[in-house]
Design a protein around this ligand. Structure first.
Ligand code: KG4
Ligand code: ZN
Length: 338
């Protein structure tokens, strides 16, 4: 392997974003290219796995070329690591990124790092806040996951709570689809909510007073019933009341977790962390607790390959390269401390 300049090509193809990035030393983002497939899937109201895999196959090689070029690299020979998401995600999509990463690592004679997508989201926060003091409570809220994690440092995670049914982002996507607002749900709900009254509907805050687990499927059902009962209700009021219910529960649990573990900050991660109401509520809650709120930039909330490259570099340095025999795993879990 080459000298430890730590030049890593990251590849992310776990869902509907095709992304490549070059990160130096696990910290400096030299390029980050994300091609969203939103337009491709929007007509179906959600991600169609077969279409996603085919689109990754078409898009990935040119996007890797663009990421290398924007980083000022002439090909991949000066890289140290090629890192790719190995799970969790859609298997047909994961296989495209993993196969290409292994082939490139082999061709360029560099290490391969198979990265857990959830761990990638945790590293996204580190890229924006390298000065974090441990431990922090991380609220990881995406389209597929809702986790409360005590992070004691890179690679050191304890699971505090998780959703028992729908993920927070999934609830946004399902309510947006029900209201006919489009896909993905988060941004369209947030836009509608900005013009609505968050008090218009008293939607349930499931399990808000107990424990650190979440449940969002009842909230989605409550939205459906409320709209059927009051067909004159505006989408804006429904969206604002729904968003407030999600934010209230997420923040209440994150605060409870932070207090119980004596956390030195609360950190957001995942696509839902782009939500302005959630960011504001977490900032206010941290103000009351007297600890910092670590909010990743919007580009670091949603899926990207810089976070995969950063996690990949840490992994190769601390755990060594991943074998080229390693398989993609659609159900991969966050690796936890014993
Ligand atoms: O992390 P991510 O890009 O992909 C997954 O790993 O799932 O998260 C995507 C999810 C989607 O459910 C999307 O609706 C949600 O994040 N999302 C938002 C916002 N932007 C994206 N949810 C609420 N507010 C937003 N502004
Ligand atoms: Zn994600």
């Amino acid at each position: 392997m080459k000298a430890a300049a730590g030049l890593v090509l990251g590849i992310e193809t776990s869902c509907d974003d095709t992304a490549a990035a070059v990160v130096a030393g696990g910290a400096e983002v030299l390029s980050s290219v994300v091609s969203s497939q939103v337009d491709l899937h929007a007509v179906y109201g959600g991600v169609v796995p077969e279409l996603a895999g085919r689109a990754h196959l078409e898009l990935l090689t040119p996007i890797i070329g663009e990421a290398l070029e924007r980083a000022g690299l002439d090909g991949g020979k000066s890289l140290d690591v090629v890192a790719a998401t190995v799970g969790p995600g859609l298997i047909g999509s994961l296989l495209v990124g993993v196969s290409e990463a292994k082939a490139l690592a082999l061709a360029w004679g560099v290490a391969f790092a198979g990265v857990n997508h959830l761990e990638g989201h945790l590293f996204a926060a580190l890229l924006d806040h390298p000065d974090i003091e441990w431990p922090v409570t991380v609220l990881l809220v995406s389209g597929g996951h809702t986790l409360l994690v005590s992070m004691e440092g890179p690679g050191r995670y304890r699971l505090l709570g998780q959703t028992l049914d729908d993920a927070a982002g999934e609830a946004f996507d399902k309510v947006a689809r029900f209201l006919g607002l489009g896909y993905p749900g988060g941004p369209v709900i947030e836009r509608a909510a900005a013009r609505g009254d968050a008090q218009a509907f008293a939607f349930p805050r499931a399990m808000v007073g107990e424990g650190l687990d979440f449940s969002f499927s009842g909230l989605k059902t409550a939205v459906v019933h409320a709209v059927r009962r009051r067909p004159d209700a505006t989408d804006e009021d429904v969206a604002a009341s729904f968003q407030q219910a999600v934010v209230d529960v997420l923040v209440a649990k994150a605060v409870r977790a932070a207090v119980s573990m004596g956390a030195r900050g609360i950190c957001l991660a995942g696509g839902v962390a782009a939500n302005g109401a959630l960011r504001q509520a977490v900032t206010e809650a941290c103000g009351s607790l007297g600890v910092p709120a670590y909010l990743p930039s919007l580009a670091m909330c949603t899926d990207n390959a810089a976070m995969i490259a950063a996690a990949g570099w840490w992994q190769v340095e601390h755990l060594g390269p991943t074998s080229l025999d390693a398989a993609a795993d659609p159900n991969l879990r966050l690796p936890l401390l014993a």
